[in-house]
Design a protein around this ligand. Structure first.
Ligand code: NDP
Ligand code: OXD
Length: 319
């Protein structure tokens, strides 16, 4: 590699979306080489890796690797690789993804709040029947994870008129949101929440947090069919057998799940057919190369000029 040629980018993602990522990088950064695998010839040229769930070991021993870019806001899929080199990890923070996730949350909250699943059932039976409907300002949507996505969802839900609560690891002050933090804040937060939207990262501290014991703490007095769980964070946050038990016992009224312990959700999972569950296939927010590659290239260029990287992951905290 000569002094003046910018470093090579290694891209690793699922087979279906790989060509799109490569194509957009090649178009927008024509002076950089883009590769999709390792080879003795170019390993020394690779300065940046752009990855989704890279195979463990893929990034070992790249002598000039400067940073890893996650193709996603969540980075559990990157950090799961125990051999990940000790270089900065950058995650996605982008209006495009934030807005897509905000739409998704508003869609699911409104669908559950206005009893979409129950009305669709009635339609299938050709039954004309009104269901009881609570007013939005009587309902508190509690958001677990008050980061970039959680705060944006809160802003969008506030416009509809919901009351808002939010829970985070460290204390936060967010306009219009009753905030709670840490283990001590979790019980009071859940006790004030009728619809719980989960936008947490998957870390050792949050793994399996959505379990039966947690569902027992949701507020049960407001939603006519019981409290609602909406998980758009990660499947590893939830214990699926506990969700089914809580729904069957009436501890939870219904659930919208975008993420699963195993993805794709296996055909034999009872979640697919459970009458109180809405399943979407990790479709909350797409990482669109057209929207994200320009931001990644800008960061690479800045970094090459000695400027600090933004949206860095705290590897000790896991997000
Ligand atoms: P951020 O890092 O901006 O926010 C994470 C939030 O979670 C912060 O408020 C953080 O607290 C809180 N948090 C982390 N650990 C804990 C803990 N142990 N206890 C309490 N709160 C905790 O992430 P984003 O908002 O950008 O994204 C959130 C997640 O959404 C991603 O990690 C990803 O898993 C998921 N996602 C899912 C998508 C989908 O398609 N379904 C698409 C995009 C993202 P604090 O503020 O104190 O740091
Ligand atoms: C993400 C995701 O983390 O798509 O961005 O899940």
């Amino acid at each position: 590699m000569t002094q003046s040629s910018p470093g090579t980018i290694l891209i690793s993602t699922d087979e279906a979306s790989l060509p799109a990522w490569v194509g957009v990088f090649e178009r927008l950064a024509p002076d950089r080489r883009v590769v999709t695998g390792r080879s003795a010839d170019h390993d020394g040229d690779i300065e940046y890796a752009v990855v989704w769930s890279q195979s463990p070991g893929l990034l070992i021993g790249l002598p000039n690797l400067k940073a890893v870019f996650s193709i996603g806001a969540g980075v559990d899929h990157v950090l799961a690789d125990e051999s990940l080199p000790d270089v900065p990890v950058v995650r996605v923070v982008a209006d495009d993804l934030t807005n897509r996730m905000g739409e998704f949350v508003v869609w699911q909250v409104l669908d559950q709040f206005r009893q979409g699943p129950a009305y669709r059932d009635l339609q299938r039976q050709a039954t004309w029947k009104w269901l009881p409907q609570t007013a939005a300002d009587a309902v508190t949507v509690g958001i677990m994870g008050l980061g970039v996505l959680g705060q944006d969802a809160a802003r969008k839900l506030a416009m509809i008129g919901f009351k808002l609560a939010g829970w985070s690891r460290t204390a936060k002050s967010v306009e219009g949101v009753a905030t709670y933090a840490g283990e001590d804040g979790l019980g009071p937060f859940l006790g004030a929440s009728d619809i719980v939207v989960v936008l947490l990262p998957l870390t050792p501290a949050t793994s399996g947090i959505l379990n039966y014991e947690l569902f027992e703490k949701f507020r049960r007095s407001t939603m006519p069919s019981g409290p609602v769980l909406i998980n758009a964070g990660r499947g590893g946050l939830q214990v699926e057998t506990d969700i089914i038990r809580a729904l069957d016992e009436g501890l939870l009224g219904s659930a919208s799940l975008d993420v699963f312990e195993t993805e794709p959700l296996p055909a034999e999972s009872p979640l697919w057919r459970h009458p109180k569950v809405t399943v979407t296939p990790h479709a909350g927010g797409n990482s669109e190369p057209e929207a994200l590659v320009p931001l990644m290239i800008a960061q690479m260029e800045d970094h090459d000029r000695g400027r600090p990287l933004r949206n860095l992951v705290d590897r000790a905290a896991g997000y």
